[in-house]
Design a protein around this ligand. Structure first.
Ligand code: FAD
Length: 503
């Protein structure tokens, strides 16, 4: 059932077995997992079915950091406050976190997950079903077949890898089913403004929900899940400070730290005279009789990462003819044009077979406690402190991006007799950067409450009944797009909560 929170009786108490805050891919996945259980579920969603500027503006805040752009708001562009969450305008690239991301790497500070790859990957099939993409099986015949026309063999620093692409909008895909469910109520236009706790701040007693038109009510449940995204989830914990003054679950000053995204740099242009056939595969292609499509990209092999001490990164090659290419930084556009005209000194005997494209590198970020979400001084119309983001990179990311681009240039020369013309080199390449819009970190998972916010069950340390389903719990980002793993971990949390609520 869908309910407009503005019509709920003021100061009433809504009861349920489970309360979920947020209806993006994480929140909807948990709600769907609970439909067959008969347990009663309440979803609190700030937005409505349509985009509303007044609601979206609740995401405004203060922004600083290496990748912020004058006149553009990361806080507004990187998420959507609406039923269905940011799946209302994402790109649908799905890929699990790579195996080596789960392991400590000596050259990546604070690397490794407290969960094994096997544990997280065991939920990938159920996540793929929810995301409406094909199941991942890198070793399958189908993948090997697809790899055949690709460039890099085992002796290379790079390998060809894939993302599955399907732009599943969770509101469109599951809205009708949620609305029809008898054990589920979605309260739209309802904003969690305070997590209410006992005097010791060790147990959640309820959620304070407010609407923009001044209504207010309370939700009480057996367990609570924050699925409000990786920026808003730390904000909600920090702002829930009526009892624990430093913010709920923030006894060790960890809430909001380790904020990450995937810095994405247009590193240069690739010219491959007479070799466009070899590059054909690096485009999106549909999977016959399967869901969505596949897109190939380049991944540094784990051995190369270790040998050159590099961060994980996704290198995407985009032919200039593609209508999907992003706006190019000016000098890359000029460079590419010149390459097309002149062949840069190489004989272009078959112009129509000459490949010219851009090279984009999306890097993982080093976990960095100084990269932070905190609260600003200004209040939003609901009376909540606006968020403040200081997204900080280290020296390692630009060095790793440049070294990766260098390696690629050498490999392209060797394998394609092509050339990569780098537009980066002196100083951090952030003028050539874009956001990936992949908020991660902020409520880091670690079994030790001194260095983590959630435990391995995704429960907030020291607070009974309060869980997180979001990329805010990722301890290390890896380079994969985050939503596949957000949904896999949401399904895992659902299984855990079914046990908790039935016991
Ligand atoms: C342009 C763009 C392209 C992207 N492309 C990709 C891609 O190709 N692949 C990929 O993996 N990821 C991509 N992403 C990221 C992806 O959208 C997110 O990883 C995903 O949506 C996160 O899901 P979530 O449920 O955790 O959070 P969200 O989808 O952000 O949902 C959070 C929900 O919480 C609600 N909410 C927030 N605060 C409150 C509150 N106080 N009270 C009640 N409700 C609240 C919001 O309204 C929202 O519905 C992209 C993002 C953008 C912006």
């Amino acid at each position: 059932m869908f309910i407009d929170s503005r019509t709920v009786e003021r100061d009433s108490v809504i009861e349920a077995d489970l309360a979920i805050v947020g209806s993006g891919p994480a929140g909807v996945s948990i709600a769907k997992e609970f439909l067959p259980t008969g347990l009663s579920v309440v979803v609190i969603e700030s937005g409505g079915p349509e985009y509303e500027q007044e609601v979206q503006d609740l995401y405004k805040g203060e922004e600083s950091g290496d990748l912020m752009k004058e006149g553009k708001s990361y806080l507004l562009a990187s998420r959507r406050r609406q039923f269905g969450g940011t799946s209302n305008h994402w790109r649908g690239w799905c890929r699990p976190v790579d195996p080596e991301t789960f392991l400590p790497r000596s050259w990546v500070p604070e690397s490794g997950w407290p969960l094994s790859q096997e544990e997280v990957w065991s939920y990938n099939d159920r996540a793929s079903e929810l995301l409406l993409v094909s199941n991942f099986d890198y070793q399958s015949r189908e993948m090997e077949q697809k790899k055949k026309p690709f460039l890099f063999e085992e002796d290379s620093a790079f390998e060809t890898a894939f993302v599955h692409v399907n732009i599943t909008n969770f509101a469109d895909a599951y809205g009708a089913e949620l609305e029809a469910a008898s054990n589920l109520r979605v309260f739209m236009h309802g904003n969690l403004t305070q997590i209410l706790v006992d005097p010791e701040a060790t147990r959640v007693e309820g959620l304070e929900v407010k609407t923009l038109d001044g209504n207010r009510f309370r939700v009480e449940a057996g367990a609570y899940v924050l699925a409000a995204g990786a920026i808003e989830t730390p904000r909600l914990l920090l702002a829930s400070n009526r009892v624990q003054k430093e913010g709920l679950g923030n006894g060790s000053d960890q809430v909001g730290r380790y904020y990450m995204d995937h810095p994405m740099v247009t590193a240069g242009a690739l010219l491959a005279p007479n070799r466009s056939d070899h590059m054909r595969a690096y485009r999106k292609f549909r999977l016959p009789a399967r869901k969505g499509s596949l897109r190939a990209f380049l991944l540094l092999r784990p051995e190369a990462q270790e040998r050159y001490q590099l961060l994980k990164s996704m290198t995407v090659l985009r032919p200039l003819a593609s209508d999907q290419r992003p706006p190019l930084p000016r000098e890359i556009a000029r460079l590419s044009y010149e390459l097309m005209q002149t062949g840069a000194g190489r004989p272009v005997t078959e112009p129509e077979k000459t490949y010219v494209g851009t090279v984009e590198i999306a890097s993982e970020q080093v976990p960095n406690p100084e990269s932070r979400i905190t609260l600003g001084d200004e209040l939003d119309p609901l009376g909540m402190p606006r968020v403040k983001i200081d997204w900080r990179l280290t020296d390692q990311e630009p060095a790793s991006i440049l070294a990766t681009a260098d390696l690629l240039a050498r490999e392209m020369g060797k394998r394609l007799r092509g050339r990569v013309y780098l537009a980066i080199g002196d100083g951090p390449p952030w003028d050539h950067s874009r956001w990936s819009n992949h908020p991660m970190g902020g409520t880091r998972m670690n079994p030790d409450p001194k260095v983590g916010v959630v435990d391995t069950d995704c429960k907030i340390h020291g607070v009974d009944g309060l869980y997180v389903a979001s990329s805010s719990i990722f301890p290390v980002a890896g380079c994969s797009n985050p939503t596949q793993t957000i949904v896999a971990l949401a399904v895992r949390l659902s299984d855990h909560l079914k046990g908790v609520l039935r016991s």
